[in-house]
Design a protein around this ligand. Structure first.
Ligand code: SF4
Ligand code: SF4
Length: 215
């Protein structure tokens, strides 16, 4: 008996192929006629990276962690005079922030490591170019993508407020409420259960060797 799944039967492969063809012919096509019909992408698709320039502190973390070395950052320092401060402070000013999308592999590490939410994914994907050099997006172009960033998901209604929300709520409530709010226990923190050591443990009757009954 043949153990090759019936491949020796003449014409079986042809019939199998025709069966698949006829089965597919009776089904509705799922091909999307792009660009006439826009693809229905999930809102968190990795299309292009947007830069919120005002959030960037030029910490260089994203450029250092990028495995493809396709983020280019230049900056200079600027003195900021703070009224009442003993001396002027310094801050970094961003001169150049480019991402080369011809090298980017869309891993998202730069977005993950940015501590200031300056980089965001947007589902926008229509930025193909005929010249590969045009895939280098500067900070102005990266900033333009910000308008396509979807809004963040809503907070969990059962979750605790963030540190920033709690601080804002305290400030809004006034100085007296601020002290009370600091000492108040969050509603989601349950009271600790009674210590297990204080629980009465039933002893077996006639247990003379028990240390509690010893003189
Ligand atoms: S997505 Fe990855 S490869 Fe692209 S710029 Fe960010 S870290 Fe680099
Ligand atoms: S990690 Fe964020 S804040 Fe730091 S340089 Fe990159 S984009 Fe700017």
């Amino acid at each position: 008996m043949s153990d090759n799944g019936g491949r020796d039967v003449p014409g079986k492969g042809l019939l199998d192929g025709l069966a698949v063809t006829f089965k597919t012919m009776t089904k509705r096509s799922t091909t999307q006629q792009y660009p006439d019909v826009e693809p229905d992408l999930p809102p968190r698709s990795r299309g292009v990276i947007a830069l919120s320039e005002e959030n960037c502190t030029v910490c260089m973390l994203c450029a250092r962690e990028c495995p493809d070395w396709c983020i280019y950052i230049d900056s200079h320092k600027e003195e900021v005079v703070v009224p009442g401060a003993a001396r002027a402070r310094q801050r970094n000013v961003l001169d150049r922030f480019d991402i080369d999308f011809s090298l980017c592999m869309y891993c998202g590490i730069c977005i993950e490591v940015c501590p200031f939410d300056a980089l965001h994914w947007t589902p926008e994907f229509e930025y193909a170019e005929t010249d590969v050099l045009s895939l280098l997006h500067d900070k102005d172009r990266l900033g333009e993508w910000m308008r396509t960033v979807p809004p963040p998901p809503a907070h969990d209604v059962l979750g605790e407020p963030s540190k920033e929300e709690a601080t804002a709520a305290r400030k809004a409530a006034g100085p007296g409420a601020a002290t009370a709010a600091k000492t108040a226990r969050p509603s989601s923190v349950r009271a600790a259960p009674p210590a297990t050591a204080a629980r009465a443990v039933p002893k077996p009757p006639g247990d003379a060797a028990s240390p509690e009954q010893a003189p």
